[in-house]
Design a protein around this ligand. Structure first.
Ligand SMILES: COc1ccc(OC)c(-c2cc(C(C)=O)n3cccnc23)c1
Length: 121
């Protein structure tokens, strides 16, 4: 078997892992923790072309697939927008995703992260 090279984490990876942790805490019911399946959400895979969830984001961080903070933010927005597309306005999923998106983007604004960027050499 090919030994998986133990990759040293880059400063960006460490920053994204921190931000992911903060965002995950805003979803205590873990509705966004794992991929949504067709058996819990009928027709999901036909309605949502590009599924996204926190576990997939975490794996992408580990695999160093995010080159910038913006790439990470795009996946976070995709995850929330998927929920607002599939679920109706009056569902807990729609409401939770709307709140998650609003509070998440507030935290992810560059001016709110200035201190974090200064940590990246
Ligand atoms: C009720 O407990 C759970 C547990 C895990 C879930 O998704 C990983 C969901 C879930 C998460 C979602 C989303 C995010 O759209 N969803 C939509 C319809 C029905 N269920 C869900 C619900």
């Amino acid at each position: 078997c090919v030994l998986k090279k133990i990759q040293e984490k880059t400063p960006l990876q460490k920053m994204l892992e921190h931000l992911l942790g903060v965002l995950e805490k805003k979803d205590p019911q873990q509705f966004f923790a794992w991929p949504v399946t067709d058996n819990i959400a009928p027709g999901y895979s036909t309605i949502i072309e590009q599924p996204m969830d926190f576990s997939t984001i975490r794996q992408k961080i580990e695999d160093n697939l995010y080159n910038t903070l913006q790439d990470f933010i795009e996946d976070f927005k995709l995850m929330c927008e998927n929920a607002m597309k599939y679920n109706h306005l009056d569902t807990i999923y729609y409401k939770t995703s709307k709140k998650l998106l609003q509070s998440g983007l507030k935290m992810l604004q560059p001016e709110k992260l200035g201190w974090l960027f200064n940590l990246i050499p």
